[in-house]
Design a protein around this ligand. Structure first.
Ligand SMILES: [Mg+2]
Length: 400
């Protein structure tokens, strides 16, 4: 009955739930995990805070206006990373085919695990129960035959939901949902689709699979891109053949962001890259890896992509060295067209075999060694006091 059975498991209000679990005095209260300061942003509101309209990515001051009695908690990334490992370990009990999307969500391919764990719906319930009983946390699950549908499904009945879309029912399931749920449809594309009279995913599906061939070309013309129409059209009719790709041996790790507004020009791109560089460097140190190279990835406003790679003279793990590599890549990629997404990856990863604490007085540290020590110290401070405790000087808000 299930040609493929894919779970998308998404932890509910992950950071906030970890805080409420670790600190019982916060339970039942509106908690907002997020950055402090004038430009702080909400990263995870508890469900008590969401009731007041507080959402992720909202400026902290807006959130505190909506919910003045909320308790603001600075993020403890090191702690969330630890708990994330426990979560992923639970997934690993059910299948080796686990593809993490972030610290708190993953795809699990459970096709053919019937003999061990029973039918797919039962596996989904067992995963939820294990997370509840072993970690005292809650997760929402989508079960479907494709990754995209499973991911949409997991989001529909949060928190603690289990939404099952049996094979063959993908298109009917998606049809009534808002077209904003299609991957790749940002505010601009959504506005264009609305202007064409489309509201639901079903509307897009109908235009993509017309009785006569003409309307699809028309749609492509109006949206300004064949690739985009192919992409969202296939999703809308429920097609998504991509396999779940486990990271047995991680070949890269990275960080990317879709920008609030399109940007253009090298200076602007480099400014936006700074937090990504710090994030990648922190991930390298947390996983005790070094990068033998870097990759810069750009998605332009028209959805065309470009990426460039560079191999470094020796494997590095500090932000300064990564940044030097990135600067060279910036010379080799067109940054003068409108850009909607930038991404950065550390590639050619190798184990970091350096001792955790080198003898400070054994020899005068090289510039690189100093940078690496500084990076480790910064991680330690962030682990203790929250991610906002240390901010790179050039990433501070510029005076206008
Ligand atoms: Mg989540």
């Amino acid at each position: 009955m299930w040609p493929r059975a894919i779970l998308h498991v998404d932890m509910d209000a992950f950071y906030a739930s970890v805080e409420q679990r670790d600190r019982p005095e916060l339970r039942g209260l509106p908690v907002i995990v997020g950055g402090s300061g004038r430009r702080g942003v909400v990263s995870s509101p508890s469900y008590e805070a969401r009731r007041f309209g507080v959402k992720s990515a909202m400026p902290m001051w807006t959130a505190m206006k909506l919910c003045p009695h909320a308790i603001a908690v600075p993020p403890r990334m090191a702690r969330y990373l630890e708990v994330s490992r426990d979560v992923m370990a639970i997934f690993g009990r059910f299948t080796p085919l686990v593809e993490p999307l972030s610290l708190d969500e993953a795809f699990l391919d459970i096709t053919g695990t019937e003999a061990l764990f029973g039918p797919p719906v039962s596996v989904a319930q067992q995963v939820q129960r294990a997370i509840r009983s072993d970690l005292s946390l809650s997760a929402s699950v989508g079960l479907a035959a494709t990754k995209y549908v499973a991911k949409v499904a997991s989001d529909l009945q949060k928190p603690g939901g289990l939404v099952v879309v049996p094979p063959g029912e993908e298109r009917a399931f998606l049809a009534p949902l808002a077209l904003e749920r299609l991957w790749g449809v940002g505010p601009k594309t959504a506005a264009r689709l609305h202007a064409l009279g489309f509201v639901t995913i079903g509307d897009v599906a109908a235009a993509y699979e017309p009785r006569a061939g003409a309307p699809r070309a028309d749609l492509a013309h109006k949206l300004g891109g064949d690739a985009l129409v192919e992409h969202i059209g296939a999703l809308a009719v429920g097609e998504d053949p991509r396999p779940v790709e486990p990271e047995h041996t991680r070949k890269s790790l990275g960080s990317e962001r879709t920008l609030e507004r399109d940007i253009q020009g090298r200076a602007r791109v480099q400014h936006e890259l700074l937090p990504l560089v710090d994030d990648v460097a922190a991930q390298l140190r947390a996983e005790r890896l070094r990068a033998g190279g870097v990759r810069l990835k750009i998605k332009y406003a028209d959805f065309k992509r470009a990426s460039r790679e560079l191999h470094l003279e020796e494997p590095v793990l500090d932000a300064q060295s990564l940044l030097r590599g990135i600067e060279q890549l910036c010379d080799r990629i067109d940054l003068d067209r409108p850009i909607r997404l930038i991404g950065l990856a550390a590639i050619a990863l190798v184990e970091d075999t350096a001792p955790l604490q080198s003898n400070l007085f054994a020899q005068a540290p090289t510039g690189r060694e100093r940078a690496e020590r500084l990076g480790r110290a910064v991680d330690a401070i962030k682990g203790k006091f929250g991610a906002d405790a240390v901010v790179r000087a050039s990433a501070k808000p510029r005076e206008r």
